[in-house]
Ligand binder design. Structure first.
Ligand code: NAP
Length: 318
């Protein structure tokens, strides 16, 4: 027989784990499913220095481990498997949702989608063929391969700037290539970047091609936008941080998405489908931070709890 839950949370990053903590503390029968191959982006971050309560910063992996431990303490069930699909199976007062996984199927009254986002690609020639051979989307994973070598970072947001600074612990020289004449990143990160003499900023420039051979990346073809001048930049690796793509393929056609593919939620984290809530980086939002993901997760679980209490006629007057 299929197992029944009050809430199934899909995604094991800060948003999903906080939703799991709140749902299980709310005594909902809750299951969190995290993908087999996916890892939360924050676990790949060397140091998180803007999550309150850790004045000296904390490693991304360590922080997520603490979230996990705290959620499990309150009875959250967790499962590592791939969700294959979601189907609405019954609608009397409210729909029930069937979640297909590799091992079978589960039924839940409510769903919380916390599937996060993935790094966007640059989509230039050479990028796909040289992934893992000089093209990287994770400085924490790959920076040690570039000890005393020369690398480029593409992008001008928090990730590009933070990771460019991190890379200077290993690489001899880091070129930050940004398409504008100013950065999107937070002020404190910009100050550190400008003070770091191992970083060379290449302004108003885009990467048109990544060139390399079997051994890996050898050079970038870069174009200075104001003049149209094209040059070759010799590097041993290139780290691409040009933003995020929400992981929402699972709910495409089920809930309303923005043009960019982010889940549209209201102030209570409700999606366009009754019984489906969403939180964190997969939703349409202004500020993607661990602290906002956690806030979203708490609110999504609270809204799911009120929804379930209403269905059961058990809502405490608030
Ligand atoms: P982001 O803020 O969207 O920045 C992406 C950067 O890539 C922008 O500078 C953008 O340029 C550039 N870009 C986009 N497409 C490009 C293209 N095709 N060619 C060249 N450049 C391109 O992405 P992010 O830096 O990954 O950050 C994602 C979210 O995570 C943000 O909300 C950020 O605040 C958050 N985050 C926070 C921290 C932290 O708090 N320490 C660390 C990392 C990330 P334009 O500026 O011209 O658009």
């Amino acid at each position: 027989m299929e197992k029944f839950y009050d809430v199934v949370i899909i995604g094991g990053g800060p948003a999903g784990l906080t939703a799991g903590l709140y749902a299980s503390r709310g005594a909902l029968k809750s299951l969190l499913i995290e993908g087999n191959a996916s890892v939360s982006q924050i676990t790949l971050t060397d140091i998180v220095e803007n999550y309150p309560g850790f004045p000296d910063g904390i490693g991304g992996w360590e922080l997520v481990e603490k979230f996990r431990k705290q959620a499990l303490k309150f009875g959250l069930e967790m499962m590592t498997t791939n969700v294959k699909g979601i189907i609405k199976i019954e609608e009397k007062t409210a729909p029930l949702w069937q979640v297909s996984i590799e091992e079978g199927a589960l039924i839940s009254q409510a769903l919380i989608i916390a599937t996060g986002a993935s790094w966007r690609k640059l989509n230039v020639p050479g990028e796909d063929t040289l992934i893992g051979r000089g093209v990287s989307y994770c400085a924490t994973c790959d920076a040690p391969f570039y000890r005393n070598l020369e690398v480029a970072v593409v992008g001008g947001g928090d990730t590009a700037v933070q990771e460019a600074i991190f890379l200077t612990q290993f690489a001899r020289r880091v070129h930050l290539i940004h398409r504008r004449n100013r950065l999107r990143a937070a002020g404190v990160l910009q100050q550190r970047l400008f003070q770091n003499d191992r970083i060379n900023i290449i302004w108003e420039t885009v990467v048109e091609e990544i060139k390399g051979k079997e051994g890996g990346v050898e050079e970038l073809v870069i174009k200075h936008l104001p003049t149209g001048e094209v040059n070759n930049l010799k590097v041993d690796g290139v780290f691409i941080f040009v933003g995020l793509r929400p992981n929402t393929d699972l709910v495409k056609g089920i809930v309303d998405l923005t043009q960019e593919g982010a889940i549209i939620v209201d102030q209570e984290m409700r999606t366009s489908q009754v019984g489906i809530f969403a939180c964190g980086d997969c939703t349409a939002k202004k500020l993607r931070q661990v602290v906002t993901a956690c806030g979203d997760g708490a609110l999504a679980a609270y809204s799911a709890q009120l929804f379930i209490e209403d269905l059961k006629g058990e809502r405490y007057p608030r």
